[in-house]
Design a protein around this ligand. Structure first.
Ligand code: SF4
Length: 361
């Protein structure tokens, strides 16, 4: 077990409850302690909190295809340079760079809270999306097993759910996921932004290699857990060449993905500064053009979204995949059996659904 650090040299809003009376975390959380990682988790820090509730309701008016989410972790050691969740760490007084990647907030009571909330008479069994904020199968999950517990509870309750992840750690829970898929509507999605290993190493340093993620897609589907691929985000100047997009889409189709969708990079305030700052170090030659693309806006022109979607659709077709119904929405919809195999007949709809979940990331 990791040791417990009583003090931290950096002034954090996050602190133990007895040290600070004012709300130091999100309003529905109370702090338990700070644990320094050792062994495989050396260099990391885990901020344990008790959440008063773990099923979060998406704000009214949101266009996302689900109304409820559960996120057992905040911060993510996958350390994707473009990560849309980075600004959430700033709410805690933590940095959106290294802190986001190494200081992980852990809702240690997430499983028991979820069980209680699903039993509440007011709960209507609605779909729950996992992976809308940070990755539920990030490295911390190897230590805390919260996502595994959550999947088990959802399966026991026959509650529909979906998971979006970049991690092959999901395969650790293959059996529990397959059991849940036999009892409820379940949909998984592996995010694979590129199969270009150089780009992968540069932009997603904490994630498993893309080919391992695609192998995970195959194994999940073979085990009866419907799993698609989200090609996201497509990065300007790094992974947006036609042949790069086609390559990852074709690989996804070949891996048996039940859906394939792509999302062009978007950069909201906060994330934009981080990404452009990183780009200035890693690929200064791309700074000017990328900056111009996002000058005064978070999203690229619709034409770029359409281009990426069309590339995916054509690549999937070339890969010889069957053309079924639109991809299962990330917010629900189980597809089982041979009729459910791949892909992207309606890429714009897929992109919208995928983009909405990704936007939450
Ligand atoms: S994009 Fe997803 S996997 Fe990558 S750091 Fe953010 S939450 Fe983690």
């Amino acid at each position: 077990m990791p040791s417990v650090a009583r003090r931290d040299p950096i002034a954090l809003r996050w602190t133990t409850a007895e040290e600070e009376q004012e709300a130091a975390l999100f309003p529905d959380e109370s702090a338990l302690g700070r644990h320094v990682g050792t062994g495989d988790f050396a260099g990391m820090e885990f901020l344990h909190v008790n959440a008063r509730s773990v099923v979060n309701r998406v704000p009214e008016g949101s266009r996302v295809p689900f109304r409820y989410t559960v996120n057992p972790y905040r911060g993510c050691s996958h350390a994707c340079t473009y990560c849309f969740a980075r600004p959430t760490h700033a709410y805690l007084g933590l940095g959106t760079g290294r802190d986001f990647e190494r200081r992980i907030v852990v809702k240690v009571n997430a499983v028991e809270r979820l069980r209680a909330e699903l039993r509440a008479p007011s709960w209507g069994g609605e779909h729950i999306a996992l992976g809308t904020n940070t990755d539920p199968y990030q490295h911390a999950e190897g230590k805390y097993h919260l996502t595994r517990g959550i999947v088990g509870v959802l399966g026991e309750a026959r509650n529909p759910f979906s998971i979006l992840t970049k991690s092959t750690l999901i395969l650790r829970d293959l059996r529990v996921l397959a059991a849940a898929a036999g009892r409820a509507t379940v949909h998984c999605c592996l995010s694979v932004a590129t199969v270009d290993r150089a780009v992968w190493r540069l932009t997603e340093p904490g994630t498993p290699p893309p080919e391992q993620r695609l192998a995970a897609v195959r194994r999940l589907n073979e085990a009866g857990v419907p799993c698609g691929v989200l090609v996201a985000p497509v990065l300007p100047g790094l992974s947006d060449a036609d042949d790069q997009v086609r390559a990852v889409a074709a690989a996804a189709a070949s891996a048996g993905a039940v859906s394939v969708a792509a999302v062009a990079l978007h950069l909201r305030p906060g994330v934009r500064q981080h990404y452009l700052g990183w780009l200035a170090e890693a690929r200064p030659d791309l700074v000017e053009e990328t900056g111009q693309r996002f000058a005064g806006r978070s999203y690229q022109p619709e034409a770029e979204q359409a281009r990426v979607a069309a590339l995916v659709a054509s690549a999937v077709g070339v890969a010889g995949a069957r053309r079924p119904r639109p991809p299962a929405p990330l917010g629900g919809g189980v597809r089982r059996g041979p009729d459910d195999r791949a892909v992207a007949r309606h890429p714009s709809a897929a992109r919208r659904a995928a983009g909405e979940q990704l936007r939450l990331l």
